[in-house]
Design a binder for this molecule. Sequence first.
Ligand code: PGA
Length: 258
Amino acid sequence: MNKKILIIANWKCNPSTQKEAEHLFTAVKKGIKKSDKTEIIICPPFPYLSLFKKKTNAIQLGAQNCFWEDKGAFTGEVSSLMLKDIECKYVIIGHSERRNYFKESDVEINRKIKSVLKNRLKPILCVGEKDRDSFNPEGHPINEMSLIVGEQIKKGLADISQTKIPDIIIAYEPIWAIGTGLPCLPDDAMKAALLIKKTLTGLYNRSIAERVKIIYGGSVVSQNAIDYIKEANMDGLLIGGASLNANEFTKIINKIAL
Ligand code: PGA
């Protein structure tokens, strides 16, 4: 099994020009030390994706969303088949900003994941609770967080054959930690990852659950990144704000690659 730590940059709707995007990509490319411990994935906005195609083997490309049909009369949509054609390897699906601002439902997320898998890309399914108060691992073993995340996983993965499950990456991203500077404690992220594995074991079996990579996202910076890998045993990180600063992002990568 591929044990590489995934370090994924989610640029969101940034930067605002092609020139800046190229500058950022080049600076990251130059700043990262070669390592077989990590896999670096950059998810820029759609218009920049093909600019970075074949630029380097050290960085893989990912998209931040896709549509579930391959082609057709669906104005404004981008299909996973198109993403495959421009050598994208990953697609973020169901990010909380898409669930919140664009009202993406679990049913739509499920369709998108199926389409991504059908076209042999890897989906990064984002799950997470809204309120910090609902994260109460010290309280009842079945707390609100585990119910919310459990439902998102069950619905997001509905009717997906178990042979495909190990290709899916699950990003635990508590909404209260995204872009707030209030990261989830590594210990709590680890508890969330265990709950996710338990849900997957219930849906499939233990050996399948063990093969799914679970990553953490939410206010990751160079000071805390390593703790999620070393202490919380996460399989990777999904990084928003800090990935827009080449120095900060390469610092994270190089610390983990050591
Ligand atoms: P953040 O975003 O690192 O800025 O908190 C993470 C994400 O939304 O994926």
